[in-house]
Design a protein around this ligand. Structure first.
Ligand code: GUN
Ligand code: ZN
Length: 448
């Protein structure tokens, strides 16, 4: 007789909780937002087993289950998802005085040259992942550098933490310095080898990563498209229509293409699981094409403001008649904060500049289920429900004296959430759980 494997213990967290069962941009908040003022989230073997009102769930848990009560000033949420970030740019946040194309030349490329050294890449990957967990980010879609060893370093560190994470080697065969270019063929071969090694290993996923049309020849874009056709369950990430100078340059480089998106589309780089960073200056026909093909945009507000690129219009992108999938990105190191709360605060300001106000509830959707959906992972992460992977963040809604003071005057739950995204940062993250395991605790920061 074979023995049944011993089941791991159930872990249960108690406190107010927020989640989304659908998309509030298309279906409204009433039908999609789940706010439970006193909830229990129970987890076992890396998955959520129960989520609901504490009184109901408590009765269903095995006798003797330990319940960690975070109290009434906490907020339990699905872990935050960052859909666009460059881990190698962690050391170059706050690079002064340039806009996109000059910023790449002056700061980014010299910095990325250092990632030929795998040990350097590993040191930076550790700091990057520690900052993610300190900010409640449990999944991200990451650009590495052109060096395959930078991808190995990040995946090895992410695997040790049990994270669900997507990443890829940057493809770049022109308009970049010596030591930072591959070729259409070598980039294809290296990406293919990395896919074989990492894609689908544990919780890790590969993202085919042509940096952008400015640094890839037509041959390289075609090779990336061919690779994605073979491995269509990988993600594909790149940049698009971030700054006006960039859009004008791409037009010069690809005079035969109808639009910036058409450059990618022509080479087979548009479709489900494609994630386009920025997209501020896309035209209506390009937005329509993104919608039809199921591609997504990563909204990176702190970066867009830092580089002076512009203010992305999230309501235009998610318009009811052709709602494009939109996720949130920190875009470190043009982005200026690992804090998703701070990033949401800037997303609000971007919407204000476009004449609309992004509600706090819609913003939290973007940071969780919306971003998971942009990555085609919303069946596994991004919300609280039985069967979902147990990646969680527990916020402290009174993390500073000013927030505490302001919270006393908050009119309702939406106002409380808005206070967080306007005033809070990493100090508000009490704990981060990865696959049901506490991976960060504010009171025991040595965990990571
Ligand atoms: N476009 C091409 N590469 C980059 C990058 O590293 N950061 C940003 N913000 N835009 C880019
Ligand atoms: Zn970027």
């Amino acid at each position: 007789m074979t023995e049944r494997p011993a089941e791991s213990p159930v872990t249960a967290l108690r406190g107010p909780a927020l989640s989304f069962s659908g998309d509030p941009f298309s279906d409204g908040l009433e039908r999609t937002m789940v706010h439970e003022p006193d909830a229990i989230v129970a987890m076992q073997d890396g998955r959520i087993t129960h989520f609901g009102p504490a009184g109901t769930v408590q009765r269903l848990l095995p006798q003797g289950t330990e319940i960690r009560d975070y109290g009434k000033d906490a907020l339990i949420s699905a872990g935050f998802v960052d859909t666009h970030v460059h881990f190698p740019q962690t050391p170059m946040i706050a690079a002064y005085g340039e806009q996109l194309l000059d910023w790449l030349e002056k700061y980014t490329f010299p910095n990325e040259l250092k990632f030929a050294d795998k040990e350097h890449a590993r040191r930076v990957a550790r700091i990057f992942l520690r900052e993610n967990l300190r900010n409640g980010i449990t999944t991200s879609c990451v650009y590495c550098t052109v060096h395959p060893q930078s991808v190995d370093a990040l995946f090895e560190e992410a695997e040790a933490l049990g994270l669900r994470l997507a990443a890829g080697k940057v493809l770049m065969d022109r308009n970049a310095p010596d030591g930072l270019r591959d070729t259409a063929q070598s980039g294809y071969d290296q990406s293919q080898a990395l896919i074989a090694k990492w894609h689908g290993r544990g919780r890790l996923l590969y993202a085919i990563t042509p940096r952008f049309a400015g640094t890839s020849s037509p041959e390289q874009l075609a090779a990336a498209g061919a690779l994605w056709r073979v491995h269509d369950d990988c993600l594909m990430q790149t940049h698009i229509a971030e700054s006006r100078a960039e859009v004008a340059w791409i037009k010069e480089l690809f005079p035969d293409r109808r639009s910036y998106l058409d450059v990618y589309d022509h080479h087979g780089l548009c479709g489900r699981r494609a994630l386009f960073g920025h997209g501020i200056w896309l035209q209506d026909d390009e937005l329509q094409r993104l919608y039809v093909t199921g591609a997504a945009i990563a909204h990176c507000p702190t970066s867009n403001f830092f580089l002076g690129s512009g203010a992305f219009d999230v309501f235009r992108a998610t318009a009811r008649e052709r709602p494009i999938r939109v996720g949130l990105g920190t875009d470190i190191g043009a982005g200026t904060s690992f804090s998703i709360l701070a990033t949401l605060g800037e997303a609000y300001k971007a919407s204000q500049l476009n004449g609309r106000s992004l509600s706090a509830c819609h913003a939290y959707y973007l940071a969780t289920r919306g971003s998971a959906r942009a990555m085609y992972l919303d069946d596994r992460i991004g919300s609280l429900a039985p069967g979902m992977e147990a990646d969680l963040v527990v916020l402290d809604m009174r993390s500073t004296p000013l927030i505490d003071f302001r919270m006393n005057l908050a009119a309702d739950f939406a106002d409380q959430l808005f206070v967080q995204m306007t005033l809070a940062d990493d100090r508000a993250v009490q704990a981060t759980y990865v696959a049901g395991r506490m991976a960060y605790s504010r009171t025991a920061p040595g965990l990571v």
